[in-house]
Design a protein around this ligand. Structure first.
Ligand code: HEM
Ligand code: HEM
Length: 159
């Protein structure tokens, strides 16, 4: 079955890979947020030697996601928006990606420790929201597509 109408299948698999890499590397950083930003005492922690690999995977996959968002905007988002299908989780994801970009920049450049903490917590919450919405959006998207295919088959039978 063809994936994401209007895009080559390779686009869909690149989107999936970037989303999983970004979400997994993001989730892997939560213990560091708890330990270093929230000052919680944790019994478990990832070794610091993994940090460089995780952070670079995160930055690379996040940049790819933002590039893909630009391409999704052109066809996918406009088409779904016009039909008012899957648009709650879709709009949330588009907005979350933009806010993740802003808070991600904040993590690098905000100077006061309070605003750093706010950016970090907002970023972590939005990241979790994005990952969960993506799963929901994908599952609902598959149902919507199957319903379209059934409608087309039904119409062809009638003609
Ligand atoms: C307002 C914004 C959006 C709307 C209205 C929307 C709408 C839809 C609709 C109607 C479908 C099912 C039909 C189809 O495949 O075209 C769908 C599927 C999908 N959408 Fe969206 N979308 C939005 C944003 C996004 C964003 C930001 C992403 C990625 C970050 C995304 C990723 C997907 C994926 C992966 C599928 C499943 C495709 C498949 O299984 O082949 N969408 N969306
Ligand atoms: C396009 C989307 C995203 C962008 C642009 C982005 C960007 C960034 C950047 C620049 C950093 C700083 C890395 C460093 O410490 O040097 C970061 C850290 C982080 N990201 Fe993301 N990210 C995105 C998506 C996500 C997602 C989906 C999640 C969670 C599932 C997530 C969770 C985190 C966490 C927990 C940190 C560590 C925060 C801290 O050290 O205070 N991010 N992100």
């Amino acid at each position: 079955m063809k994936r994401l109408n209007g895009y080559p299948d390779s686009f869909f698999y690149l989107l999936l890979t970037a989303m999983f890499a970004c979400s997994l590397s993001g989730l892997a950083m939560y213990p560091w947020v708890m330990e270093f930003k929230l000052q919680w005492e944790l019994d478990f922690s990832l070794p610091g030697s993994l940090r460089q690999g995780i952070v670079s995977t995160h930055a690379l996959s996040a940049s790819i996601l933002l590039i893909l968002l630009g391409a999704l905007w052109q066809v996918h988002i406009r088409a779904g928006w016009r039909r008012k299908e899957n648009h709650f989780s879709g709009s949330f994801m588009a907005l979350a990606l933009l806010l993740l970009m802003l808070t991600g920049i904040g993590l690098y450049y905000l100077s006061s420790s309070n605003s750093q903490l706010a950016a970090s917590l907002l970023h972590s919450a939005l990241g979790l929201g994005l990952s969960l919405s993506f799963i929901r959006h994908w599952l609902c998207g598959m149902q919507i597509r199957s319903a379209h295919i059934r409608q087309v088959k039904h119409r062809r039978k009638k003609d």
